[in-house]
Design a protein around this ligand. Structure first.
Ligand code: COA
Ligand code: AMP
Length: 654
């Protein structure tokens, strides 16, 4: 039974979905010509304790806030109201583990019971509205419960991907300064169990911020070595705490209050804490489910990602639950758990309508099963659309996926910062023609432009920086956690009035966007966004390394992987094979195994400008075997020649 809320929920605004009678063009025009009316209309699909009378607050431009006088609770919208509206017995979350279970289906009523109890656990530990909670969990249902429980009491969650190592966790703890951390005894990778507690213990010891409480979900399958906690944190057992907890009602928060912080990688090793609000997020998520994904309440969405990434936040957890759909939480891989039919099994077993994953997953399935023979073993007739994002969808992978599955394959482009698609083929509005290699057209609310280095618009077909005219629509980042200046300097100063996406690309004569890659030192490995700076910082800790540069090299499976070019300290006797082994270990320990760092080359020197900046673009071109011009600013052009020789020698296997 749910607890009675002391708050009177204002349902005076009837709930409405997207107006699908309008074409994409009309909908887009309405969104940019009168964003106030457009988003207030969309806001009607959310339950507010105090309905907003205004959409955009631009009083602190270029910092924008949405629905400044609205109040709501995101958890109430994602859980309670569906129980209230008769969906209590409908599956909310299907937790499917392909790495040892136990799988389970959680109805909305059961989800409510768990969430309100875990909210009670948080409250009992002194976590209140505005406090931060770090969630470092594998893909288990407790991750969803913990996120929603934070939202319920107005606490701000910050989920850290389980593949990150202790140091990365410590950096995030120091930035978010949480009162409490939620973790588990471990995660299950196909080849091994990853024990989390030693990582957490190490991270707490490295961090200077003292975390008061750690709540641990014990997974009976993972008999973790007992950690003897040092430091001030008190450790608690999830199950014991849940049994004793007092269920908590949802707390109304301002639409502009933060719902979560999600760290993402920038150019330097310092992660950026993207801040998402409650109101704009709820409106955007709800609207996008209809407009982009064409998913209705009661239908099933399977997003094959991880709750530690923005795709997981938005389309495993919040958006499907906000509309009363069913979401599949899959602990496993697209291949190897047990085979390349894993995704098809899930589609059949749960009647999945939309599959959303990264192109890498499709490349992995194709590599294992080029003819998609596994498909013959499953009935995937429930599948209507495949959505892909997180990295560039190469036309070859697009063609294979579309041909084998026989359904539309929709590429869409977005980032942690925006929280939802910037460009897409909005299936719920209009089925626009699909152009392989393009994530299609700007989503209503986003004004996308291509500019040159001085901010001048580029003609159709010519590549430049992709920027978005401010304000961006609801649901996009408000700022970086505790650091408006960093938000400004990272995104807003380059082209006043525009948000810098960090991606380069062009728009064709039909208005379709083509994203070509990052303009900064961010690498995208298997759809995972990582900072080149943090990989270099880890490599630089090796005592024999004098200097290093990491460049992204193309990879047939993961899109890109990092390759390290290392200058040894004078007189160092270490050979390349030994150095590689040691650096691989260091990067795994300091950043995480997900970096997939295996390529190390010893070079006599790194190419630099006269002011000492490493010429990364030229390095990338040499490594990729592309033509390059010697930059006029180069300090010593002979370094390029010797780099080229080393790369050629290595490619020839000498
Ligand atoms: N916790 C701990 N370790 C993790 C982890 C996690 N949550 N996720 C990945 N790792 C580890 C893996 O065990 C692996 O370690 P190993 O080098 O010891 O084998 C390493 O990080 C690299 O993992 P991964 O990127 O998963 O590579 P893989 O070779 O095991 O699998 C794919 C390749 C294509 C199957 C996999 O990358 C994949 O499923 N990609 C989908 C991408 C995706 O979902 N992106 C999200 C954005 S939408
Ligand atoms: P993340 O913040 O982890 O979601 O990563 C965002 C970055 O991934 C973008 O800035 C792009 O560089 C890349 N990306 C995401 N989706 C796409 C896509 N559909 N096509 C090309 N690149 C993409």
């Amino acid at each position: 039974m749910g607890t009675e809320s002391p708050v009177k929920w204002d349902n005076s605004l009837e709930r409405e979905q997207v107006d699908i009678s309008r074409s994409y063009r009309d909908t887009y025009r309405a969104s940019v010509e009168d964003p106030e009316a457009f988003w207030l209309e969309a806001a009607r699909a959310v339950d507010w304790t105090s309905a907003p009378t205004r959409a955009l607050d631009d009083s602190a431009a270029p910092l924008y806030r949405w629905f400044p006088d609205g109040e709501l609770n995101t958890c109430f919208n994602a859980v309670d109201r569906h129980v209230r509206d008769g969906r209590g017995d409908q599956p909310a979350v299907i937790y499917d583990s392909a790495v040892g279970g136990p799988s389970r289906t959680i109805t909305y009523r059961e989800l409510l019971a768990e969430v309100e109890r875990f909210a009670g656990v948080l409250a009992a530990k002194g976590v209140y509205k505005g406090d931060r909670v770090v969630i470092y969990l594998p893909m288990i249902a407790e991750a969803v419960v913990a996120m929603l429980a934070c939202a319920r009491i107005g606490a701000i969650h910050s989920v850290v991907f389980g593949g990150f190592a202790a140091k990365e966790l410590a950096i995030r703890i120091d930035d978010a300064r949480p009162k409490l951390l939620v973790t588990a005894t471990g995660g299950k990778e196909p080849s091994r169990y990853v024990e989390y507690l030693p990582l957490v213990e190490r991270a707490l010891a490295m961090a200077s911020h003292p975390v008061s409480h750690v709540v641990v979900k014990r997974r009976p399958e993972i008999q973790a070595a007992e950690v003897v906690p040092a430091g001030p944190a008190k450790w608690h057992d999830w199950d014991e705490e849940m049994a004793a907890a007092e269920p908590q009602p949802p707390v109304p928060v301002k639409a502009t209050d933060p719902l979560y912080i999600l760290y993402t990688s920038g150019t330097t090793g310092v992660p950026k804490g993207v801040v998402r609000d409650n109101g704009g997020h709820a409106v955007a998520m709800t609207w996008s489910m209809n407009a982009i994904y064409d998913l209705q309440p009661g239908e099933v969405m399977f997003t094959g990602s991880d709750v530690g990434w923005v795709v997981g936040h938005s389309y495993i957890v919040y958006a499907p639950l906000l509309i009363g759909a069913t979401t599949v939480l899959y602990e496993g891989k697209p291949v190897g758990t047990p085979d390349a039919g894993a995704f098809w099994r899930i589609i059949e077993q749960y009647g999945v309508k939309n599959l959303f994953t990264a192109p890498t997953a499709m490349r992995a399935i194709r590599r294992e099963d080029p003819t998609a023979a596994e498909l013959a073993n499953y009935d995937v007739s429930s599948l209507v659309t495949v959505f892909l994002a997180g990295e560039r969808l190469d036309p070859d992978t697009y063609e294979w996926t579309a041909a084998k599955l026989g359904v539309p394959v929709v590429d869409h482009w977005w980032q942690t910062e925006t929280g939802w698609a910037i460009c897409a083929n909005p299936r719920g509005i209009e089925h626009l023609p699909i152009k392989p290699g393009s994530p299609s057209v700007p989503v209503p609310g986003y004004q996308v432009e291509i500019v040159d280095g001085s901010g001048e618009p580029m003609p159709a077909g010519e590549e430049g920086s992709i920027v978005i005219k401010l304000p961006m629509p609801p649901g996009t980042l408000q700022t970086l956690w505790g650091n408006d200046d960093h938000y400004h300097s990272s995104y807003l100063v380059h082209f006043p009035g525009y948000y810098l996406t960090g991606d380069a690309g062009y728009v064709d004569e039909d208005g379709y966007l083509f994203v070509m890659g990052r303009t900064d030192d961010v690498i995208n490995v298997a759809g995972h966004r990582l900072s080149i700076g943090s990989i270099e910082a880890a490599i630089a800790t090796h005592p024999e390394v004098a200097e290093c540069a990491v460049v992204a090299v193309p990879d047939a499976l993961k899109g890109q992987v990092p390759a390290g070019y290392v200058v040894l300290s004078a007189g160092s006797p270490i050979d390349e094979a030994t150095l590689t082994k040691e650096l691989v270990r260091i990067v795994r320990e300091q950043v995480g195994a997900l970096v997939s760092f295996h390529l190390v080359t010893i070079v006599p020197a790194l190419p630099k400008t006269r002011s000492g900046k490493i010429l990364r673009k030229t390095m990338r071109q040499i490594v990729a075997g592309e033509a390059y011009t010697v930059p006029a600013t180069i300090e010593d052009a002979s370094v390029l020649t010797s780099l080229q020789e080393t790369v050629d020698r290595k490619a020839a296997g000498n």
